[in-house]
Design a protein around this ligand. Structure first.
Ligand code: BDR
Ligand code: CA
Length: 320
């Protein structure tokens, strides 16, 4: 690989598929993971921070700073997802406590510092509710021009939601934050639930990983066993949707996706459709597009790449 690696800040609410996104970032030579910034979402903030640290320790990546961020959505009450990610956020997995802690700097400040220190270079990958990102925009509006790209996993456009009949989790939890990001003018790519629900890691993939042996693949197996059970019980399909790693992969393999320039807005007014993302795919309104929305994705190629990279990362780590 000849070109300079992409500098990534990953804003996350770990979360099983968030943990897999962290591992994919660490396993990808095309990426330098500058920081993990954590928000409340799948689990309460303190659980998310602990999970981020423990996953980094598992992958022997103590050099990546973890910044604790905003615990609660801007206006809505907190909303977590223990049925999806387990009581502590990582399914059936229990990880040893990391021998290092989180950084002193707040996640919002870290996002701003990273972006402003390298204008045009940082890709912000946001795979949780957008609370930290929205507050970073409000605190330092110049990040809107200075960020290279924002890749967000969230929204449900032309499929049912995964959290309400209409809304996807990350947007539902903090729809006001999502609306701030959408109205900010940031360069924004959205990979929605429409796409990621089809990006499935199956038990056969996990069994293939388990043949490697070692704590990393055991973690993936323990975490995804819970996640696979949830998807079967809740959505009725085999395997689990690995939403957040798919978003991360777009940093270095944009060719996996086809996108459309679309005007996107979020309903923040109605109880029934709170957090519903509306996309003007047919250009019915005169609103200028504010996002590139992924409309097709090569799931098969991505999942194979994901499994290969987990195999490779596992081989680099000691077996016990
Ligand atoms: C999104 O919600 C969370 O449960 C997942 O981590 C992912 O970011 C999918 O809707
Ligand atoms: Ca997430």
């Amino acid at each position: 690989m000849s070109r300079t690696p992409h500098k990534v800040v990953l804003d996350t609410d770990p979360g099983i598929d968030d943990a897999l996104a962290i591992l994919l970032a660490l396993a990808s030579p095309e990426i330098v993971l500058r920081a993990l910034t954590v928000t409340g979402g799948n689990c309460p903030l303190e659980d998310g921070v602990r999970n981020a640290l423990n996953v980094l320790a598992l992958a022997q990546a103590p050099h990546v700073p973890v910044h604790s961020g905003v615990a609660l959505p801007l206006l809505r009450p907190p909303f977590t997802a223990p049925e999806t990610h387990g009581d502590h956020g990582l399914g059936y997995a229990t990880l040893p406590a990391a021998p290092f802690g989180s950084a002193d700097e707040h996640a919002v400040d870290a996002i701003i510092r990273e972006i402003m220190a390298a204008p045009g270079e940082i890709v912000l990958v946001a795979v949780g509710p957008l609370t930290n990102v929205a507050l970073a925009i409000r605190r330092e509006p110049r990040i809107v021009q200075a960020v290279r790209d924002v890749i967000f996993m969230g929204g449900a456009f032309r499929v049912e939601g995964n959290t309400t009949p209409l809304a996807e989790f990350n947007v539902y939890v903090d729809p006001h934050a999502a609306q701030i990001v959408l109205q900010s003018g940031m360069p924004l790519t959205i990979i929605p639930w429409d796409i990621t629900r089809e990006v499935r890691l199956t038990q056969a993939h996990v069994d293939r990983l388990l043949r490697q042996g070692g704590p990393l693949v055991q973690f993936i197996a323990d975490a995804t066993r819970f996640y696979i059970e949830f998807h079967l019980n809740h959505f009725g399909y085999a395997g689990c949707s690995i939403n957040d790693p798919a978003a991360l992969a777009l940093v270095f393999m944009p060719e996996l996706a086809q996108t459309e320039e679309v005007f996107v807005a979020v309903d923040v007014m109605s109880d029934l459709s709170m957090g519903k993302t509306v996309g003007d795919f047919q250009r019915i309104t005169t609103h200028t597009p504010n996002a590139r929305v992924v409309t097709a994705f090569d799931s098969e190629r991505f999942v194979e790449l994901f499994v290969e990279r987990m195999e490779r990362l596992s081989r680099l780590l000691p077996l016990a």
